[in-house]
Design a protein around this ligand. Structure first.
Ligand SMILES: [Zn+2]
Length: 243
């Protein structure tokens, strides 16, 4: 299949150096999954791609399919997302979002939903660097992977008054726990309220929240949940490969 030309659109997740003047670009594409491609000559000052292939760039591409690495033949900007992401707040949120996409996206395995979510979160961040942009995105990624935490009743016994009795969250069990069943780490009522907003169709409300201890709590839990999921998936793949 080497040499076949194809078109796609994607978001640049990461780039790294290759040799003297080339760069490898990792792109979450709409139709071809995560693609690793060589952009020749990008590190020369008069490169035809230059700034178009920086992380968070949304680009329309013409690529040659290679055995391991594809080759970028053309790259055009779809929309100028990266300049909007130039403030430090926005840039660090954008980087946190695309790092997670990089970890979840599988090479050459089409995942149009992940591509759409990536574009969506970068637009949201570019518009407003809300405290819960990245945590809400992580939870949505997990939901897209089939993991939706149980938030309204204890994950063990099914009991518990949502407003008072649910006091902990256990990542292994995938939800909240009451006082008598608790094995997970503490979660406060305000944080649980924000989680219910994110999963219950009140995302706009969650994103309107100012930074607070509760938003930090939801953020820390989202990061741990994502890491937990990725680690478990890596282990599952390793196990699969051994057999
Ligand atoms: Zn219980």
């Amino acid at each position: 299949m080497a040499g076949e030309l194809y078109r796609d659109v994607g978001v640049v997740l990461r780039t790294y150096k290759l040799g003297e003047s080339d760069r490898i670009v990792v792109i979450m594409t709409a139709e071809n999954g995560k693609v690793r491609a060589v952009a020749k000559g990008v590190r020369k000052t008069r490169s035809k791609f230059g700034a178009r292939l920086e992380p968070m760039s949304h680009v329309r591409l013409l690529l040659y399919r290679g055995r391991e690495l594809d080759i970028v033949s053309q790259a055009e900007t779809v929309e100028p997302l990266s300049p909007m992401l130039s403030s430090l707040d926005r840039a660090s949120q954008g980087m946190a979002a695309i790092e997670a996409v990089d970890q979840l996206g599988l090479e050459r395995e089409p995942n149009p939903q992940l591509y759409r979510m990536t574009v969506g979160v970068l637009r949201t961040i570019a518009e407003r660097p809300a405290a819960l942009n990245v945590p809400a995105f992580y939870w949505k990624l997990l939901r897209a992977e089939g993991l939706e935490p149980q938030l309204d009743a204890c994950v063990r016994c099914g009991e518990g008054e949502p407003e008072t009795d649910l006091v902990a969250f256990d990542l292994n069990e995938g939800g909240v726990q009451c006082r008598s069943c608790r094995t997970g780490s503490s979660i406060t009522q305000p944080a649980l309220g924000l989680m219910r907003d994110i999963f219950g169709g009140r995302l706009a409300h969650a994103l309107s929240m100012q930074e607070s201890p509760a938003t930090h709590e939801v953020g820390a839990l989202a990061t741990r949940a994502l890491e937990h999921h990725i680690e478990r998936r890596l282990k599952a793949v390793a196990m699969f490969e051994r057999h």
